[in-house]
Write a protein that binds this ligand. Structure first.
Ligand SMILES: Nc1ncnc2c1ncn2[C@@H]1O[C@H](COP(=O)(O)OP(=O)(O)OP(=O)(O)O)[C@@H](O)[C@H]1O
Ligand SMILES: O=C(O)C1=C[C@@H](O)[C@@H](O)[C@H](O)C1
Ligand SMILES: [Mg+2]
Length: 172
């Protein structure tokens, strides 16, 4: 059983690329954020609003552990913060796990996120002017964890197809 894990900052394309990889490989895919929403019957925004981020981070770890331990092959798109909390990055070093960091520049991320903030509670209340500085600092803080991934794929200037092909080329 192998688990292919996509990680990286919000907007780097984890959910999008996980779906495309799944279609090309016939390996089923799941999205950790979606799995959390299904388990709680709440949206990510509602979880943050009603229960707070600490509750979300506990749940995120629990659902991650369950999915990593489930039988069968899986492509899993993590949440943007998943490897950066509760030592989750150590969970991604198991023998049957292939972790892939979708590495994006601050510019690419700002471009994608500026009009897509509302469903992402960490940035939802940032003004467009604040967003670039926030992402630059946040990405810097998180990079230590993202860089623990086994593979790094740069996504700047690439189409969804090109990124998908780059990842297919490193799959066993
Ligand atoms: N290679 C690409 N080129 C252009 N746009 C892309 C590419 N990959 C993804 N996108 C777009 O970027 C946006 C963010 O992608 P996606 O939701 O897959 O990111 P994510 O990493 O799952 O984010 P989050 O951590 O917030 O769930 C989407 O609108 C998607 O269509
Ligand atoms: O970067 C983050 O901390 C987050 C990213 C999203 O995928 C969600 O997991 C949630 O909005 C938190
Ligand atoms: Mg996603």
């Amino acid at each position: 059983m192998k688990k292919i894990i996509l990680l990286g900052y919000m907007g780097c394309g984890k959910s999008t690329i996980a779906n495309r990889l799944s279609k090309s490989t016939n390996i089923p895919c799941l999205d950790l954020d979606k799995s959390i929403e299904e388990r709680t019957n709440l949206s990510i925004n509602e979880i943050f609003e009603q229960r707070g981020e600490i509750y979300f981070r506990k749940l995120e770890r629990e659902v991650l552990i369950d999915l990593l331990n489930a039988p069968g092959d899986l492509i899993l798109g993590l949440g943007g913060g998943t490897p950066c909390y509760a030592n989750n990055h150590e969970l991604l070093k198991g023998d049957n796990i292939m972790s892939i960091y979708l590495k994006a520049s601050v510019e690419t991320l700002v471009e994608r996120l500026v009009s897509n903030k509302s469903k992402r509670p960490i940035i939802a209340n940032k003004t467009d002017d604040e967003l670039k500085d926030f992402i630059a600092k946040h990405l810097f803080d998180r990079s230590f964890y993202y860089n623990q991934a086994q593979y790094k794929v740069s996504i700047d200037g690439k189409s969804k197809d090109e990124t998908t092909q780059d990842i297919l080329a490193i799959l066993p």
